[in-house]
Design a protein around this ligand. Structure first.
Ligand SMILES: NC(=O)c1ccc[n+]([C@@H]2O[C@H](COP(=O)([O-])OP(=O)(O)OC[C@H]3O[C@@H](n4cnc5c(N)ncnc54)[C@H](OP(=O)(O)O)[C@@H]3O)[C@@H](O)[C@H]2O)c1
Length: 263
């Protein structure tokens, strides 16, 4: 990566090469659709759900989208995913770090063996894969001389606490902090970095919770009396990836329907 800031061309509003990690379903699928609807080309990444990811790909507007599978839980896997995405798209202009795990491990009832293994897994996927993909994409963007955008999917849980999922809350807080550091470090390359911190929104992963005994309590967290939608989160990410959002670099944007007000 060149360290000397040079003039970067204006960041394009459409026709960009976008890598969305974890786009087999849920928010990743909504993100892929939002960028495709915007006229961008998307690398639809998946971990294990190839069939679902292919359904995402088949649902996208426009042409030139690609499917890229790969485990992000080790540095070589992340490199392979970034390389194959960039090769297939002809570069990377936007990276959305969406892939994550969120598995329960309440401290009082989780064995030490499970606790330490689950911490390892959350740190590996939620934090280290985000750091590794960000490094790889940032070097691509700098070498292209195009500038770029990196948007991290964080969480309200980083601020509010996640008593049954503490490693999830901690890794999402770390993702917010990583984004802030990278925003400062990468600005001279014309790369803006921001995070969103969503509250509860409806995806396949949480459908059983929204439809179950705790569904009413989850909806009551927001004074709007509902959970968010993946499309609402994707719309904010699309804006953070836009030319005019360069000035939002370093932001951690709350998207929680006024369910948690932080100062
Ligand atoms: N839903 C919510 O209420 C909520 C609230 C706040 C923040 N978030 C955040 O929003 C994002 C999307 O959430 P979601 O509900 O849509 O989750 P999801 O359906 O579980 O999607 C997670 C994605 O991450 C991928 N992934 C997980 N581990 C991986 C690994 N080791 N290697 C490669 N890919 C891996 C999965 O791939 P495969 O399925 O193909 O294996 C999947 O595509 C996450 O960052 C989550 O933390 C969600």
């Amino acid at each position: 990566m060149s360290t000397t800031p040079g003039p970067t061309p204006p960041f394009p509003a459409t026709g960009r090469r976008v890598l969305v990690s974890g786009a087999s379903r849920g928010l990743g699928r909504a993100l892929a659709r939002a960028f495709a609807d915007n006229g961008d080309r998307v690398a639809v990444h998946f971990g294990s759900r190839e069939q679902e990811a292919r359904a995402t790909l088949d649902s996208l507007a426009g042409d030139g989208h690609v499917l890229v599978g790969g485990d992000l839980s080790d540095p070589a896997g992340a490199k392979d995913v970034a390389d194959r995405s960039a090769d297939a798209l002809g570069g990377i202009d936007v990276l959305v770090n969406n892939a994550a795990v969120n598995l329960p491990h309440p401290p009082a009832t989780t064995s030490y063996e499970d606790w330490s293994a689950l911490w390892q897994r959350h740190v590996t996927v939620n934090l280290l894969a985000t750091a590794n993909l960000s490094h790889l994409a940032a070097h691509r963007m700098a070498d292209q001389g195009t500038g770029g955008r990196i948007v991290n999917i964080g969480s309200r849980g980083a601020f509010r606490g996640e008593p049954d999922h503490p490693a999830y809350g901690a890794t999402k807080a770390a993702v917010h902090a990583l984004g802030q550091s990278l925003a400062v470090a990468l600005a001279p390359q014309g790369i803006a970095v921001a995070s969103v911190a969503p509250g509860f929104f409806a995806t396949e992963r949480v459908a059983h919770r929204l439809g179950g005994a705790e569904g009413a309590a989850i909806r009551a967290q927001s004074p709007f009396g509902r959970a968010g939608t993946a499309e609402e989160i994707a719309a904010a990410v699309l804006w953070l990836a836009s030319p005019l959002a360069e000035w939002a670099s370093g932001a951690v944007l709350d998207l929680n329907g006024a369910s948690h007000l932080r100062t």
